[in-house]
Ligand binder design. Structure first.
Ligand SMILES: [Zn+2]
Length: 124
């Protein structure tokens, strides 16, 4: 096995942040029927959303300042802030990324798409 799939720790945090945000969105956009279903489990959606927001703020605070400011910019315009690059193509905006680093340690550095600005991780 190689270390090819290892991600930069900041990318792991960004992925977690992305997941928390999508969970929050899902709760906020839940259909009334879904809300009833969730609340039948004695979960107050508003409380759950509030809890997620606390977590989101905590996780965001753990980002390095330069990564955090880029995250804020990207998250303002896109739901997904981290996307894969497969075969040299950014799966956020579907343009080729010529400058993306390759090789065994390509995901050891934080890279972003020069076209859409999203953070990327490279998959062959
Ligand atoms: Zn892109």
């Amino acid at each position: 096995m190689t270390t090819d799939t290892r991600l930069h720790p900041q990318l792991e945090i960004l992925l977690q942040l992305q997941d928390l945000q999508s969970q929050r969105r899902e709760l906020l956009e839940a259909e009334p029927a879904r809300r009833v279903e969730v609340e039948e489990f004695h979960i107050d959606i508003d409380a759950a959303v509030a809890q997620l927001e606390v977590k989101i703020a905590e996780v965001r605070d753990s980002l390095a300042p330069n990564v955090r400011s880029r995250y804020d910019r990207v998250a303002g315009g896109h739901q997904r802030v981290v996307v894969p690059v497969i075969g040299g193509t950014c799966y956020g905006c579907f343009t080729m990324i010529a400058t993306a680093a390759t090789g065994a340690h390509r995901n050891d550095v934080i890279q972003s798409c020069e076209n859409c600005g999203r953070f990327v991780y490279i998959i062959d």
